[in-house]
Design a protein around this ligand. Structure first.
Ligand code: NAD
Length: 431
């Protein structure tokens, strides 16, 4: 009897990119690195499909007595190098496709900084601003219970992301622990300090942005102490990055947040701006500073531009106007692929999110390690280890970019995909 030639199943419709959404962008990024993967390219389909994707129903009692159902997801993109790791997002626009892309980017990020994790991400399609505290807790606990069949300290470790915080992590840890019958602090990171959280976690992403920024500046002969910095987003990532650059002597000339844009050629007083933003809910109205329109932000003359707010901020519409030597991506996905190409042609160095903002997950890794040993490190120790990991990771990526004459984004994907697929090849296929 003749045998039919079997081929890999076609990519099913739910894994097809929806236009050029996040998953489509991710698939394009993978295609760009294929020529550099050598023998490992035969495993590349591993990167094009999530290992596991779970859709869960999250019904809760609302305060007014109604029962409302939300949809939740947990995607484990790849676990070749270790348990899944990645945040949980509560947002009204969350989709399975978006969570798949975010999970895949976590695989890349974790491999880029060489922490022993795969990539995962989760989300619930809900606007948490419309929920009372009690409703938020019930959504969190039911969602955690539903994804409990695939998460765990050795399986998949969630963390905070958009609209989730230390309190949400405390509820997740408690729910998982109740179901297991034992306290399992290592099931989530980004927890409050009193529940096994880590010192330095809150500032880790901004500190990583600063560390990688310093290393990149050095490579292009830019003196950080003499540089001008513009920052979009003045929250956890943007605020800490701005403060560390200012402390290093840089002039932070422009800051934009949801409330407005402030500019001062001589440099903004960052601690005073943080106090103003805390008091007034944003940077608008700060003095001494000039107010700019939202769009004028992109014309600001500076050396280092740090997008640290939302995705798709640097597009083909403004990439040609940017007057910076370097873009340090604090946010996830702030630059569209078309803008990336324009910036590359204009010789603007783009330090991609998957390395620039990896400081957060690096200290999450430290938190997980500390939880297992129940022995907690000092903040100095944590910061020193964070800086070392970020510097080593950046140096390796810089070298690959030089060797292959590719952008830092492609270089980061080359390093990360090689690590992931090498682990996959060593493990082999089961059965
Ligand atoms: P955050 O909520 O603390 O701060 C967000 C900031 O963006 C706020 O200052 C807000 O005013 C500003 N913003 C919102 N809409 C804006 C708009 N339309 N224009 C200009 N500014 C606007 O969030 P965060 O934790 O600092 O995260 C920022 C980005 O960094 C996100 O893309 C996030 O995914 C990414 N990131 C965060 C971490 C982390 O550890 N917090 C780690 C990796 C990546």
């Amino acid at each position: 009897m003749s045998r039919q030639v079997l081929t890999t199943a076609p990519i099913p419709s739910y894994l097809q990119p929806e236009g050029l959404g996040p998953w489509g962008i991710y698939l394009q990024q993978v295609d760009r690195v294929l020529p550099y993967l050598g023998e490992l390219a035969r495993w590349a389909d591993t990167l094009r499909r999530p290992k596991r994707a779970l859709i869960v129903d999250v019904p809760i009692h609302m305060d007014d007595g109604r029962i409302v159902h939300f949809e939740g997801y947990r995607v484990q993109h790849n676990t070749s190098r270790g348990p899944g790791k990645g945040g949980v997002r509560f947002h009204q626009d969350v989709t399975l496709s978006e969570v798949m892309a975010l999970a895949a980017w976590m695989s890349i990020k974790n491999a880029a900084v060489n922490v022993p994790f795969g990539g995962a991400k989760g989300g619930v399609r809900v606007d948490p601003k419309q929920l009372s505290l009690g409703e938020l807790e019930r959504v969190t606990r039911r969602y955690t219970s539903e994804i409990g069949i695939i998460i765990g300290p050795h399986k998949d470790i969630p963390a905070p992301d958009v609209n989730t915080n230390e309190q949400v992590m405390a509820w997740m840890m408690d729910t998982y622990s109740m179901n297991e019958g034992a306290t399992a602090t290592g099931v989530v990171t980004g927890k409050p300090l009193d529940l096994g959280g880590s010192l330095g976690r809150r500032e880790a992403t901004g500190r990583g942005v600063f560390t990688v920024g310093q290393a990149a500046a050095q490579r292009i002969g830019l003196d950080v102490a003499q540089s001008r910095v513009a920052v979009q987003g003045f929250g956890n990532v943007g605020g800490v990055s701005a403060r560390l650059f200012a402390q290093a002597g840089a002039r932070v000339v422009a800051v934009q947040d949801h409330s407005g844009t402030v500019y001062r050629e001589a440099g903004l007083d960052i601690p005073a701006l943080q106090a103003h933003a805390a008091r007034h809910g944003g940077v608008a109205g700060f003095a001494p500073a000039e107010a700019l329109t939202v769009d004028q932000f992109w014309d600001v003359e500076c050396d280092i531009l740090i997008p640290a707010a939302l995705e798709a901020q640097i597009t083909e519409a403004n990439a040609g106007r940017i007057r910076a030597r370097m873009i340090l991506e604090g946010a996830n996905g702030p630059t569209t692929p078309l803008a990336d190409d324009i910036l590359h042609e204009r010789n603007v160095l783009v330090v991609p999110d998957v390395i620039a903002n990896a400081g957060g997950v690096t200290v999450s890794y430290f938190e997980w390690v500390q939880d297992f040993s129940s022995y907690f490190w000092s903040e100095d120790e944590i910061n020193a280890r964070l800086v070392r990991i970020m510097q080593e990771a950046f140096a390796a990526i810089w070298q690959v970019a030089q060797d292959h004459k590719v952008s830092l984004r492609t270089a980061t994907y080359i390093v990360a995909c090689q690590r992931i697929l090498h682990a996959r090849a060593l493990r082999g296929l089961y059965p």
